[in-house]
Design a protein around this ligand. Sequence first.
Ligand code: DQA
Length: 147
Amino acid sequence: MSKPVYVLGGPNLNLLGSREPEIYGRDTLEDIHQRLRTLAGSTPLELRQTNHEGELVTWIQEASASGSALILNAAAYTHTSIAIHDALKACNIPVIEVHLSNPAARDSFRQVNYVSPAVKATIAGLGAYGYELALMAAKSLTGQEET
Ligand code: DQA
């Protein structure tokens, strides 16, 4: 059994679907997770969301020890968390950062990003489709493409 791709989400992503849909779209987090399950094929997934910074740090450490790749939307912690930056710097697997919106085109406080300097790649502004692209990239990077 191959190691899972971890897909971790930060604060308020549990509200997707009803939260500022003009920015984040109408898909719920469960909708997004369901699409990823379909796309994953034989690749196992760990799909989780938390509103707590320390829990996200613990899960990033777990992903590094037990996963093949990490897809991370740290949500607002992207712009505030040195603890998450440090956890990512210690991560021994490829990490792909995802944002539904494009924070670079939004508020000035979203211009600070502690995640991007510590990851392999960033996908932003493509809505839920960004997660699908990230999973395709994760599978390719870890040699788990379907034949
Ligand atoms: C977000 C962008 C962040 O700036 C924001 O705090 C979020 C969601 C996104 O997916 O577009 O909560 O990460």
